[in-house]
Ligand binder design. Structure first.
Ligand code: HEC
Ligand code: HEC
Ligand code: HEC
Ligand code: HEC
Ligand code: HEC
Length: 267
């Protein structure tokens, strides 16, 4: 089980030499200067640092062809360019994995599940359903390009870089490019995460709304369970970060009263 370092410095995960770090700083300084110049000229700031709030998946961080095609020296040989967005998760034709044409291996398991202080509902002992699929990238154990079947047109090497290796550089919003990765690597120790793979049963706890209310609000239960995709929809960032509904009032879709925490994941 991976232990999560408390402090991470850029390049820590990759063991890059300080020269690379220096190169990075120089590049950032140049970018900042450019940004300042652009601001001074009243031109729009360079927008490479930000993803648009994409309606379609190509405009979201789940378009992995984008980092794969990035020409920055630090980005070289990190993720295979399959030249197709869906393939990092789905195999369109080969039916390599279980429905819906899932194209990624399942992670090995051995998770520490979220710990509920005063549990009333039943949480599966290990992740189930679509949560396993999300964890096949987000727990940092399987390379982002570690799909079961790459496209037949693909002959290049694969690099097997995991999301925690990406986070080694992309932390706290640095370097520019991509998103602020703080929290994107969930790890196999899931104690800091919101409970999931839980059978949603408000009859066990008066502080929760009815199933009908939850579904009417736009959240989705899978076999009656709260899974990652109850709250998230991985194909669109209409509501960032990949949320099904806007953030306002999000928690009180299920919880009656304040669940006592301001964020769904790290507390
Ligand atoms: C980052 C991973 C990821 C990418 C990339 C991705 N999907 Fe998905 N997709 C998922 C997951 C996870 C599910 C739900 C699997 C399940 O229900 O077990 C899903 C489900 C689906 C479904 C079933 C209906 C649904 O919404 O539940 C369709 C259709 C689909 N995806 C199409 C696509 C297409 C087309 C692309 C490329 C444009 C794509 N997906 C890219 C992760 C992804
Ligand atoms: C193929 C690997 C892969 C799979 C499968 C995957 N993700 Fe991701 N996800 C990523 C990567 C990589 C990033 C960060 C990308 C970046 O910043 O460039 C990310 C980012 C995110 C973010 C942050 C987005 C933001 O705008 O801040 C959320 C939320 C997220 N994923 C949820 C999910 C959920 C939920 C699932 C399952 C339904 C899932 N992901 C499946 C690779 C994956
Ligand atoms: C050694 C440091 C380093 C590592 C490790 C790293 N990146 Fe990057 N990444 C960068 C730099 C530098 C840039 C370019 C920043 C810029 O353009 O201003 C970048 C840019 C990006 C972008 C923006 C691409 C674009 O065209 O807009 C994404 C997305 C991204 N990285 C994702 C990833 C993913 C996914 C991984 C892991 C597979 C990863 N990075 C690993 C340093 C790194
Ligand atoms: C009960 C709803 C809910 C469930 C279940 C849930 N999430 Fe989230 N998730 C959220 C919300 C809300 C945010 C935005 C939190 C914020 O920005 O304060 C979020 C943020 C994220 C992020 C962005 C990083 C961060 O912490 O800000 C990732 C990645 C993510 N979720 C992945 C997952 C995965 C993978 C699962 C399943 C193992 C999951 N989520 C289950 C509601 C949920
Ligand atoms: C889809 C329904 C749903 C949504 C939306 C939801 N939760 Fe929960 N939450 C649950 C369930 C189910 C439990 C476990 C209840 C139990 O077993 O008693 C839970 C438990 C919790 C707990 C208790 C953990 C503990 O240790 O006792 C906290 C805190 C929490 N949620 C916070 C939040 C926050 C913050 C949000 C909004 C970002 C949120 N929840 C959104 C369903 C939801």
């Amino acid at each position: 089980m991976a232990t999560r370092p408390t402090a991470r410095t850029p390049h820590a995960a990759t063991g890059h030499a300080p020269a690379a770090a220096l190169r990075l700083c120089v590049r950032r300084a140049a970018l900042l200067a450019l940004a300042a110049l652009a601001a001074g000229l009243g031109a729009p700031r360079p927008s490479a640092a930000q993803w648009p709030n994409g309606i379609t998946i190509d405009q979201t961080p789940h378009n992995l062809t984008r980092p794969a095609k990035n020409t920055d020296p630090d980005m070289r040989n990190r993720i295979a360019d399959f030249d197709e967005i869906c393939v990092y998760c789905h195999a369109p034709h080969w039916g390599a994995g279980p429905t819906p044409l899932w194209n990624r291996p399942n992670p090995a398991g051995g998770y520490r599940m979220p710990e509920i202080n005063d549990p009333d509902m039943i949480q599966d002992p290990q992740p189930t359903g679509n949560s396993v699929k999300c964890l096949s990238c987000h727990d940092g154990t399987i390379g982002l390009d570690g799909v079961i079947k790459p496209p037949i047109t693909f002959s290049g090497p694969r690099f097997g870089q995991t999301i925690d290796e990406c986070e080694g550089c992309h932390s706290g919003g640095n370097p520019a490019g991509g998103i602020d990765w703080e929290g994107v690597w969930l790890d196999t120790d899931l104690r800091k995460q919101h409970p999931f793979s839980v059978l949603y049963d408000p009859s066990r706890d008066p502080n929760f709304r009815s199933i009908a209310e939850v579904e009417a609000a736009g959240l989705v239960l899978y076999d009656g369970k709260v899974q990652c995709m109850t709250c998230h929809e991985p194909h669109t960032e209409r509501y960032r970060p990949f949320l099904r509904i806007p953030r306002t009032g999000f928690c009180s879709v299920c919880h009656i009263g304040n669940p006592g925490e301001s964020t769904a994941h790290h507390w």
